[in-house]
Design a protein around this ligand. Structure first.
Ligand SMILES: Cc1cc2nc3c(=O)[nH]c(=O)nc-3n(C[C@H](O)[C@H](O)[C@H](O)COP(=O)(O)OP(=O)(O)OC[C@H]3O[C@@H](n4cnc5c(N)ncnc54)[C@H](O)[C@@H]3O)c2cc1C
Length: 391
């Protein structure tokens, strides 16, 4: 029986468009199905509207997965330099902000327009907005049942992303499809997400909302030196978003408020001072934070009133402030989803399901999650590209 298409890609986000364009440009007849009424919404809202589209430092150690080596092959074969080469061919201006993060000079719309143009070069057909009702396997491939008729194909690519920001299109469809075909799904949880703090913490620090400070934050295998932001619900800022991906959901995270300093030695050098500790700390920390922190630790008193042992303790606490989040702000506020389709039954070369010939998973739906800073788009491009070469 003649197939309506060689390849059907479900989900027109970063990974889906990259994959469809690559396959189309290889001469494959590709259909891209998107259920939302606008394409590339996550790209549009990313990076504050300027899309942090890659990170020049992207390498496998910047990704979390049950299977840490899985991302290695795809990332090695489609690097940040490849994507930069692509946007340069389209004349899209870009700049590095910090820590290897590349942003568009003008707007994230430039990236979306480029991906659509790349799909057009590959004569990719579109169905959108179009809901997929069911997927069934037959002898020659797959039948995709949609609100606008069926499509048949030999390769089916699932690029439906994670669960973040449901109001712009996120669905658990990809996970359900994986389960339908016998693949395991590592429980999806919000990552790169602000942390909620309990009422007692908010009573002490909630008034600092808007204050930022550079810290080093650690939990488990994660360690990041970046800004921390106090909010009226808890903690945010790049340092907290990064560590949220490593947080176990139960125990405390460690914050070094003075990462360049042995705080105990520094405080002890002020031991004879009549200045209050919060005024001394305000030399190195925002004054409002210094005050709130000293009140919370019962040390908003003249330095000379504190015995040496207490100065040592307080110094240690400044270098290792242990805070216990009560939770995260959830998928509505998260940038990515940790977990997803278990990579142990996927090929790291092709993204294909080892036990279901013709079925592929690319992008965030897969259990590969990058750090903050362009790493997640690089995974979307690289995994979409890997599948696009073989479907
Ligand atoms: C606010 C925010 C800012 C971000 N900023 C950055 C950044 O600057 N840099 C970075 O690297 N990453 C950033 N990210 C993460 C990045 O956007 C994602 O990792 C990336 O978009 C994942 O690409 P994807 O193609 O796998 O999924 P998505 O881009 O989410 O695309 C999935 C597509 O599938 C569609 N879909 C879902 N279900 C169905 C269905 N049942 N049928 C048909 N279609 C379906 C969706 O509508 C969507 O269009 C940000 C995320 C958020 C939320």
């Amino acid at each position: 029986m003649k197939r309506s298409h060689d390849v059907v890609v479900i989900g027109a986000g970063a990974a889906g468009m990259m994959c469809a364009a690559q396959a189309g440009q290889r001469g494959r007849r590709v259909l891209l199905i998107e259920h939302f009424d606008v394409v590339g919404e996550k790209i549009r809202i990313s990076g504050g509207g300027r899309c942090n589209f890659t990170n020049v430092n992207a390498n496998p150690t910047s990704y979390l997965s049950r299977n840490p080596d899985f991302c290695r092959s795809a990332l090695a074969r489609y690097t940040p330099a490849h994507f930069v080469g692509l946007i340069e061919r389209y004349g899209i201006g870009y700049h590095e902000k910090k820590l290897g993060q590349l942003f568009c000079d003008r707007s994230a719309h430039d990236i979306i327009a480029m991906l659509k143009a790349e799909c057009a070069r590959g004569a990719v057909e579109w169905k959108m907005p179009c809901a997929v009702d069911a997927v069934a396997r037959d002898d020659e491939g797959f039948r995709v049942v949609t609100a606008h008729g069926d499509a048949t194909c030999s390769s089916l690519v699932v690029a439906t992303g994670g669960l973040t920001v449901p109001k712009i299109g996120a669905t658990p469809f990809g996970y359900r499809l994986a389960a339908q075909f016998g693949l395991e799904v590592i429980t999806p949880t919000p990552a790169l997400v602000p942390l909620a703090m309990p009422p007692a913490f908010l009573a002490q620090f909630g008034a600092l909302s808007g204050a930022a400070v550079e810290v080093e934050v650690t939990h488990g295998a994660g360690r990041f030196r970046e800004n921390l932001l106090f909010t009226h619900r808890g903690l945010s800022g790049p340092a907290i978003l990064q560590i949220s991906s490593y947080w176990d959901g139960r125990t405390s995270i460690d914050i070094d408020l003075l990462p360049d300093l042995d705080a105990a030695s520094w405080l002890r050098a002020h031991a004879d001072s009549s200045a209050r500790m919060d005024n001394v700390l305000a030399e190195r920390l925002p004054a409002r934070l210094a005050r709130a922190w000293c009140l919370a630790h019962d040390v908003a008193v003249p330095m000379r009133m504190l015995p040496d042992q207490r100065l040592r303790e307080v110094g240690a606490q400044l270098n290792r402030w242990q805070v216990q989040p009560s939770g995260t702000l959830g998928f509505n506020k998260a940038e990515v989803t940790l977990g997803g389709v278990d990579t142990r039954r996927l090929s790291s070369k092709t993204m294909g399901a080892l036990d279901v010939p013709g079925l592929y998973f690319v992008g965030e739906v897969v259990d590969v999650t990058g750090w903050l800073g362009g790493y997640n788009f690089q995974w979307a491009w690289a995994s979409g590209h890997a599948a696009g070469q073989v479907v």
